[in-house]
Design a protein around this ligand. Structure first.
Ligand code: CMP
Length: 143
């Protein structure tokens, strides 16, 4: 079963959108098997966004992502990586379709509310960074 890493970023938490994001994931039929509500450590943020280390927005991104609590999730289900990217919508809110989280609630790329892994390699890497060897949960969904 495919797993992906999803984050409700500090802007999503501050705007009271955790429930909205969790609801969309659950109602779609994906299973939340890991959840961590915490202020992300700087080292983890830098590792998570390592591919953007040379970009001009990197320092601001790390500062923002570590500035306040975020909600980290491991989401499981068939094609969960692709489906979560579709639920979130395009990275740039101006390009995100209505009906997606970013299309419905965001206007600024630097405050685009949510993150989801973009490949199987990224999902594996990001789950390891944020959940380490912590046991993920197993339970039966009745749908
Ligand atoms: P995310 O899906 O978490 O992946 C990389 C993040 O970098 C992205 O969402 C945005 O939050 C952020 N980002 C990308 N481009 C810019 C930009 N031009 N200015 C600020 N932040 C950006």
């Amino acid at each position: 079963m495919e797993r992906t890493y999803v984050m409700v970023k500090p802007d999503g938490v501050a705007r009271g959108l955790m429930g909205e994001v969790l609801g969309r994931i659950e109602k779609k039929g994906l299973k939340i098997v890991g959840m961590k509500f915490a202020v992300m450590e700087e080292a983890k943020a830098k590792e998570h966004y390592a591919e953007h280390a040379e970009r001009p927005f990197f320092a601001g991104l790390v500062e923002f992502i570590t500035s306040a609590p975020s909600l980290s999730l491991v989401v499981e289900g068939n094609d969960s990586i692709k489906i979560m990217r579709a639920i979130n919508g395009a990275t740039k809110p101006a390009e995100a379709a209505p009906g997606t989280i970013r299309g419905d609630f965001a206007v600024d790329t630097g405050r685009n509310l949510v993150h989801a892994s973009d490949s199987t390699e990224a999902a594996e890497r990001e789950i390891k960074i944020h959940f380490g060897d912590a046991a993920l949960l197993t339970y039966k969904r009745c749908d």
